[in-house]
Design a protein. Structure first.
Length: 234
């Protein structure tokens, strides 16, 4: 579904909106439920049993699309001048992303700037030895990549133990072109605000963040541990 939507974004958006218009009036959908971006540029909100649409049709829930001007004791005021009374306000302004839960990475007492590194199989980082982290999928379950990362780590440890290696470090090829453009297609504010802290990626495997579980499954489960991009030392 993800690949098809990204290949035909305009048609996909039109189809999804048509499905919503089967449940709600066209004018309501046009005003409140038609975003200014294509599907999967931000995450899809799934309503599998139509409960939200039923609540709106039954006048048990409502949607107001506007921008907040300010808060006051009993609610908020919108830029249009309209006020909304509220008992509870949930602030949903987006995440503040961090690498590694906010930990700093030091190598020989020198702080590593992760944005200057390049991701190897989206699990390791260039020139940082013996270090893996989990970066899951934006378009699928995060735990799918977490499982693959754990399997790769297990294979790597067993390989290093068998060959008496003490260190494993990804090394960038000299002909590699670097980019952070893989994040540009995701327009969510919390991602765009954090683009400058993420590692770069290359223009060829294994330095590409594929965001594709099928490709990763084959390469991580069946690919060679020892390759020219990893420097092993005893």
């Amino acid at each position: 579904m993800y690949r098809k939507i990204r290949k035909w974004p305009e048609k996909s958006k039109e189809k999804i909106l048509d499905l919503i218009k089967d449940e709600l009036p066209k004018e309501f959908v046009d005003e409140h439920l038609t975003p200014n971006y294509y599907p999967w540029e931000q995450r899809l909100c799934i309503i599998p049993d139509n409960d939200l649409f039923k609540a709106i049709n039954d006048n048990k829930a409502s949607i107001i699309t506007d921008s907040i001007e300010e808060f006051y004791e009993d609610g908020l005021i919108l830029k249009s001048g309209k006020s909304i009374e509220a008992d509870i306000i949930i602030s949903a302004t987006g995440l503040v992303l961090e690498n590694f839960g906010g930990m700093e990475i030091l190598l020989d007492d020198n702080r590593i700037e992760i944005s200057n590194t390049v991701t190897y199989k989206s699990m390791m980082h260039s020139d940082i030895p013996n270090f893996l982290n989990t970066f899951g999928y934006i378009n699928a379950s995060w735990t799918l990549k977490a499982d693959l990362t754990s399997k790769f780590l297990t294979r790597l440890i067993n390989f290093m133990k068998k060959n008496s290696y003490q260190s494993c470090r990804p090394v960038i090829p000299e002909d590699m072109n670097l980019t952070d453009e893989w994040l540009s297609e995701f327009s969510s504010g919390y991602i765009q605000r954090a683009r400058n802290i993420f590692p770069k990626q290359g223009n060829k495997k294994p330095w590409v963040n594929t965001q594709n579980y099928i490709i990763d499954w084959f390469e991580i489960n069946h690919g060679k541990i020892e390759d020219k991009n990893l420097l092993f030392k005893k």
